[in-house]
Design a protein around this ligand. Structure first.
Ligand code: G4P
Length: 557
């Protein structure tokens, strides 16, 4: 029978950390105590509720009910904008930093609405691990699969939280099978539920052999677990009743026979996902999730650039922008660029190099997001996310360094799902419209393609709601009016090739389906899958890609 690797209460890592801390530089110390992650889920699985409970443990909020959901129930742009305003334009909740057990934890928010999935994909480039929330009634849902694809692409380690165990959900073993099949990842339960729904009694923590009895209630819950080293102990009957005690014994034996022991290294390589069961609403199972997270989640890691791999311990500062947030107040055109620090130390009022523009910039009011309020920060370390006021210098993917000319990779644009032609309704405001669309696409709200010949502006998005948001913001912020006319494109495919002559021939023959993206890359606007398949067959030296960053993905055919 397998022995489960135990995760001691005061972790080995933390005590090692304390003893070796004297020999480390300040930068190394700061790196070791940082964890940067995101919670991802299909809408309604419980992401907002879990976020709130984690913040309760971190002392960042005092009562449950303080975190506003970013769900958009009605899909109209004005609803979206209202919600954004109520939430303080999302800025305060975009990053939530809190302290827990001596660690600084940066939790990055991801939008709940599927039309903003691309925003979520980009946020995932700025984290080192994720917690995936699954609804035990619904199992793996569509959005979960898509999000996991992105995690797999980037080898992001995942911890799974199976939520809503207080509801009549599916069999735990069936859920684990489904996770393995649909998400293509090995799983390993670290806690195990005792019954479910109205009969849910609690969880047995497999890693430290203790029992956590379920109690409903939404506030901070850090009741001590009951140690049960030997499951044959009769105390189990007393605590959960004979039937459930016997069932737990059988199931634990099965788990230990079927699943490999938990191995932190394989988790960090993103091959194995530890699984917890609980109920976020009842703040149950959340503490063990958080305790395990601080034990095993990876510290801020290295990142690829176009030149070399950058390591967090390097003295020189570097970081990249993964999100830009517009200030929706039309009187202030300022935006906030969210920058993830990758190496070295960021300092307020120090000049750094904006690589794409080859321009020196300094920031007098960089934000940190401690305890859900914005504070001016003097220094920031790898893993941290800071908010930089921007008057139009930044676009998604921009890199700041101390002078080295390198650009971080892994900020791809994905092929949009919907395409529409942008039609200007007020020729007097052409300039404003162009500026507006330029800025909105810099923010990553949508993608802009210029169709050839004729320079038609095509806007591509992943959802209908974004078109409404663009129209609304162009009007409110730039006083420009536009209309969107539907276009029948299936995908935008970026092309690479060594065969320049074949590419020239392709461009010549596919007039009307060739466009250029914002960075002047050539893109094939395929009208159907059939057309794309034909192009792949007929032009075998051309590689067609569904993302703008080709290294991350094999060609589509
Ligand atoms: P999301 O951010 O992933 O979209 O989900 P959210 O946390 O908003 O949760 C979706 C719904 O599921 C909410 O109910 C929430 O209260 C409920 N929920 C979350 N965790 C649990 C749980 O452990 N058990 C049960 N039974 N329900 C849970 P709602 O009715 O949509 O919203 P609300 O009116 O309660 O805010």
């Amino acid at each position: 029978m397998h022995k489960i690797l135990s995760l001691p209460k005061e972790t080995i890592k933390q005590s090692k950390l304390k003893s070796s801390i004297l020999y480390m530089s300040n930068l190394e110390k700061e790196i070791q105590r940082r964890r940067t992650f995101a919670i991802i889920s299909h809408p309604d699985a419980g992401k907002t509720t879990l976020t709130e409970k984690l913040l309760l443990f971190g002392g960042a909020i005092q009562v449950a009910g303080a975190v506003k959901s970013n769900k958009i129930k009605k899909t109209a742009a004005s609803d979206f904008m209202d919600i954004e305003r109520q939430r303080g334009i999302s800025v305060a909740t975009s990053v939530m930093t809190f302290e827990y057990k001596g660690m600084t934890i940066n939790l990055l928010d991801t939008p709940g609405h599927k039309d903003f999935a691309e925003d979520t994909y980009r946020t995932l480039t700025a984290v080192d691990s994720v917690i995936l929330v699954i609804d035990c009634v619904k199992g793996v849902e569509m959005q979960t699969e898509k999000l996991m694809e992105v995690c797999r692409m980037r080898n992001t380690p995942v911890i799974i939280f199976i939520n809503k165990m207080d509801r009549e959900g599916r069999d735990a073993f069936d859920l684990l099978d489904e996770l393995e099949q649909k998400l293509q990842i090995k799983v390993r339960p670290l806690s195990w539920p005792i019954n479910i729904g109205a009969q849910f009694k609690g969880v047995y923590k497999l890693y430290d052999k203790s029992l956590n009895l379920f109690e409903a209630g939404s506030q901070r819950n850090d009741k001590e677990a009951i140690a049960i080293d030997n499951l044959e102990d009769e105390i189990l009957e007393e605590l959960v009743g004979e039937k459930d005690a016997n069932e737990l014994r059988e199931e634990v034996e099965m788990i230990e026979g079927v699943y490999d022991p938990f191995d932190e290294k394989i988790y960090q390589e993103a091959i194995l996902a530890p699984v917890f069961f609980g109920s976020a609403l009842n703040n149950f199972g959340v503490k063990e999730l958080l305790d395990t997270f601080v034990n095993i989640a990876p510290e801020p890691g290295e990142r690829e650039t176009d030149k070399r791999v950058v390591h967090p311990e390097e003295d020189k500062f570097s970081g990249f922008v993964f999100k830009i947030h517009a200030n929706i107040d039309p009187r202030h055109r300022d935006r906030i660029a969210f920058l993830r620090v990758i190496s070295g130390t960021f300092e307020r009022n120090r000049f750094f190099n904006h690589v794409r523009l080859d321009k020196k910039l300094k920031f007098s009011n960089p934000y940190s997001f401690m305890a859900r309020s914005k504070n001016v920060v003097e220094q920031a370390y790898p893993g941290d996310v800071i908010g930089l006021y921007d008057t139009g210098n930044f676009k998604i993917g921009d890199t700041l360094t101390e002078g080295e000319k390198l650009m971080f990779q892994g900020m791809p644009s994905f092929s949009p799902e919907m395409f529409k032609e942008l039609v200007n309704l007020d020729p007097m405001k052409t300039k404003q419209l162009e500026k507006g669309i330029q800025q909105l696409t810099d923010e990553g709200v949508a993608q802009l393609f210029t169709l050839q010949p004729g320079n038609k502006k095509v806007i591509g998005t992943v959802g209908e709601l974004q078109f409404e948001v663009i129209q609304y913001r162009l009007k409110e912020e730039y006083k420009a009016s536009c209309r969107f006319d539907a276009l029948r494109f299936y995908k935008a495919c970026w092309i690479t090739t060594e065969n320049e002559a074949m590419l020239a021939d392709f461009i010549n023959r596919k007039k009307g389906s060739i466009a250029y993206d914002k960075d002047n890359n050539v893109v094939f606007m395929a009208e159907s899958k059939w057309m794309l398949d034909r192009a792949c067959e007929d032009y075998e030296d051309l590689n067609f890609h569904f993302t703008s960053e080709f290294k991350l993905q094999q060609p589509v055919a």
